[in-house]
Design a protein around this ligand. Structure first.
Ligand code: SF4
Length: 189
């Protein structure tokens, strides 16, 4: 990518400054629970690959968290394969691409899942709280909630982007990795 690849020592800071809400949520839950179910591992794992996290760093990152929950032996046995698989190093060796908003919005997270699009899948209370943590004013929040009520989830995300970075985003948000890149452009300019 044209941006410096993300490194492990920066990942927490970058998650707060540049990840869209769907990925911030998965990242925080992983740090908190030291675990994510399959849908979350796929959605966050492929996103992180898309922002330039190298396979070795990805394995170290997931291993550090999962080890706290299931132990490193079980991680190596049951979970490392899936990460290498996402990077095209196992199975059919397909180089899997990160999910676009449309796919994430139309997913159906169940109980205990943290993947999906918060604008589509969070309760109103949870969404308002999350937007508050991103620093939205009450005016900004009402504009976002208005788009949510009309089921314009990507527009809600675009308005959040504009509020967070204080600039317009005329192209609109259609992919979590695009959100990341647009935000890096602004933060690094
Ligand atoms: Fe993520 Fe896209 Fe939803 Fe924004 S609109 S939170 S980038 S899935």
């Amino acid at each position: 990518s044209e941006y410096a690849d993300i490194s492990l020592k920066d990942i927490d800071q970058v998650s707060k400054s540049s990840f869209p809400l769907c990925m911030r949520h998965l990242f925080e839950k992983l740090r908190e629970d030291h675990h994510l179910k399959h849908g979350g591992r796929m959605q966050l794992g492929l996103f992180l690959k898309g922002v330039g996290l190298k396979l070795d760093d990805a394995l170290a990152f997931w291993r550090a968290e999962f080890s706290k929950k299931v132990g490193s032996e079980r991680f190596d046995k049951e979970y490392a394969y899936g990460i290498r698989h996402n990077y095209g190093k196992e199975g059919k060796r397909t180089d899997y691409t990160p999910y676009a908003c449309q796919k994430i919005i139309s997913s159906a997270p169940g109980v205990g899942d943290h993947h999906g699009c918060p604008y589509r899948h969070f309760s109103e209370d949870n969404l308002r709280a999350a937007l508050g943590r991103m620093g939205l004013s009450s005016r900004g929040m009402e504009d976002v909630m208005d788009k949510v009520r009309n089921k314009h989830y990507q527009l809600a995300c675009t308005l959040t982007f504009e509020a967070v970075y204080g600039t317009s985003c005329d192209v609109g948000i259609n992919h979590p990795n695009q959100y990341f890149e647009e935000s890096q452009k602004i933060l690094k300019s």
